[in-house]
Design a protein around this ligand. Sequence first.
Ligand code: SAH
Length: 266
Amino acid sequence: MTDFPEGMVWLVGAGPGDPELLTRKAERLIRAASLIFHDALVGAGVLALAAATARCISVGKRAGRHSRDQATIDRLIVEAALAGERVVRLKGGDPAIFGRATEELEACRDAGVMVAICPGITAASAAAASLGASLTLRGLARKLVLVTAHARAGETLDLDWHSLADPDATLAVYMGKAAAPDVSRQLINAGLPGETPVALVENASRDDERRFHTRLDLLPLAARTALGDGPALLLIGRALAPPGVTDPARCRPSTLARHGLRGNGA
Ligand code: SAH
């Protein structure tokens, strides 16, 4: 395979969990790999695509349960590539979004190892799709902000709450479950209305997916009582209002007829 010689590393986006949400390129690279280092978030359905002869090694990091530190992961992928393996470093969602990709790219480049990125569907896109919602909304949500609410151990969450409290933005908060009370309080203090719609999506695109609609002032309660153990995304902003009753007038048969798509009333 010309774009995946022995001794090369691909940082591959595994998407949110559903193997059908992999890109075709990701699937091809996973099948071609001789060695796969994967995150805890990568689902079994995705790993099942690996060749029978490939070795799959979990280097998963989940909140509070760090099984390998980042420097060790960097060394592992470099040493495997130098030993002549075709290495896939498989990451949940998109490798370039809260994925520590820079460290791994630099480690490879410093060692003279060829490295490239295959993008993936990020959790915010998968969560919006599951909700049947758009992340942007003409005139109401002109901006999409991807932010992590994960504080380093022992540190408080240090975000620019005033710039985040923008009523014209959609906020996609990654790693925000534990910080949900803080996120709610700080955004309200910074001027965002308490009734701002919030959607919570846990395990987006997986069989055990769960979705909830709430409001910013009720977010702490919802995060505490409604969410389980899985990865969860908080989506905040007017674009996330719960779907209302569909207005049948918006898709009258006559509209189809006017556009030559179907006979009126047929
Ligand atoms: N690179 C990943 C994000 C890694 S950070 C991406 O692009 O999606 C890990 C955080 O992503 C989790 O704490 C959670 O907030 C979010 N996340 C990842 N997969 C998810 C899923 N299937 N459903 C909901 N949130 C998810």
